[in-house]
Design a protein around this ligand. Structure first.
Ligand code: G3I
Length: 401
């Protein structure tokens, strides 16, 4: 079966995507016929390869380097065909001191990926979080003017994309540029540090600068809460992002894809695969690729959950699995959904408990002891049993009398 990359060429059809496809050879996985596959004996990356779909994880570089925790490294290598730096490609890590780059940890991940025949999603070129102190403080105290800030952003994108040129499959060029319905004002708008200082034009500029530095990497806009369309009103974030990227396509801005993060919570109910696949279709009808880029499905840690009550925990694990499955099935339904990345695979290193002050957790597909959870097996079943061709059973001939 052709990898999705190759199938996607026709539709996306920019010189950049074509070259990227040809330059980066797909992770070599053996193809097994759908009829004979035994999901229990296959890894996520093997099962994904049957569809040309890349299965990925965010990687915590401290965990990867921890000699006392070899299981982390083993699972990253064996289960996934694409990796994303959870933190080490962010500006605060890459340039902690103005003008002095710290490429080491990010280069390590790129080397690890190459050794394990994995593709790398670059995360992230422009985001309002995890910026270096020298930058935000300089802007705050007026020593960095807005004109200078724009030049610094262009330099950052150019330097980083050039450094990794030829090694990054998809770049998250701009991340989370759009507000949420609960922000003020309560209509959806461009938000944050960059829009405040540079105006909304920085988004298109960032794509142009990234393309100038590497014509082969696929360039993505990445955001959360865009898994499904809402009512199309002024509070519909997915619709806002859709209109933004549609305008980019019309204006010739070099964007190749939209990344839907997929940070979900079981307390908010279950997505269904149909509504998610409908959203993917609208984006890919614009001749854009899509990807799920940061999937995790958290739950509230009530006292009963913390005390280990199975009647409290099991429904959460089921709901979590159902949400992973809805996103994965939607991705499988769309030939231009190129990759499905989980935001860490084990609860051991999840960002959720820290972010929620211990109120939420259980978000990943393995538990803290690396035991696969229901979500992991549901994903394997989705990958194994999706797309099976119907095979006419052979009807035994009855002997003639
Ligand atoms: O680097 C310091 C370290 O020096 C210090 O000892 C340690 C003590 O807590 O903190 C370290 O920084 C932490 C950093 O992760 C690296 O581990 C920060 O406190 C922590 O806030 C930071 O969290 C990251 C978060 O982005 C920041 O917003 C998460 O790990 C990371 O998973 C998360 O990822 C984002 C995506 O990039 C974009 N989409 C949303 C997603 C979840 O927030």
């Amino acid at each position: 079966m052709k990898p999705k990359q190759l199938i996607a060429i026709g539709a996306i059809a920019t010189a950049a995507t074509i070259t990227a496809t040809l330059v980066l050879s797909p992770a070599a996985e053996s193809h097994k016929s759908v009829a004979t596959v035994d999901p229990a004996s296959q890894t996520l990356r093997q099962l994904g390869a049957r569809h040309g779909l890349y299965l990925g994880t965010a990687v915590d570089m401290a965990a990867l380097a921890d000699a006392d925790d070899p299981q982390y490294r083993d699972i990253v290598a064996s289960e996934f065909s694409t990796v994303t730096a959870e933190n080490v490609m962010k500006w605060e890590t890459l340039e902690p001191t103005r003008g002095t780059y710290n490429w080491g940890p990010a280069d390590e991940l790129v080397d690890f990926a190459r050794a394990n025949r994995q593709r790398v999603r670059g995360h992230v070129l422009v985001w309002q979080n995890q910026l270096p102190g020298w930058l935000t403080e300089g802007v705050a105290d007026g020593t960095i003017t807005n004109d200078e800030l724009r030049d610094l952003l262009k330099k950052h994108i150019t330097d980083v994309v050039s450094h990794f040129k030829g090694k990054i499959w998809q770049w998250d060029v701009v991340n989370e540029a759009v507000s949420d319905p609960w922000d003020t004002p309560s209509t959806i708008h461009y938000k944050g540090f960059w829009a405040e200082h540079l105006g909304s034009e920085y988004v298109a500029d960032a794509f142009r600068w990234a393309r100038d530095a590497d014509r082969n990497a696929l360039l993505f806009y990445n955001d959360y809460n865009i898994e499904a369309f809402g009512d199309g009103s002024a509070t519909d974030k997915t619709a806002f992002v859709y209109e933004m990227v549609k305008q980019f396509r019309a204006d010739g801005v070099p964007i190749d894809g939209v990344g839907s993060q997929g940070h979900l919570g079981t307390q908010y109910g279950n997505y269904d695969a149909l509504q998610v696949s409908a959203a993917l279709k609208r984006f890919t009808d614009l001749k854009l690729a899509t990807a799920f880029t940061e999937v995790d499905v958290r739950s509230e840690l009530t006292d009963a959950v913390v005390d280990g009550s199975s009647s409290e925990i099991n429904p959460r694990l089921q709901a979590s699995a159902a949400n992973y499955s809805a996103l994965l099935q939607a991705c499988l339904s769309n030939r231009h959904c190129l990759s499905f990345t989980v935001w860490g695979f084990t609860d051991k290193y999840s960002w959720i408990p820290n972010w929620s002050d211990g109120q939420e957790g259980l978000a990943n597909i393995y538990d803290e002891d690396y035991q696969p959870k229901r979500a992991y097996n549901t994903m394997r079943a989705d990958l194994a049993f999706s797309g099976a061709p119907y095979v006419q059973p052979r009807i035994p001939q009855r002997p003639r009398r």
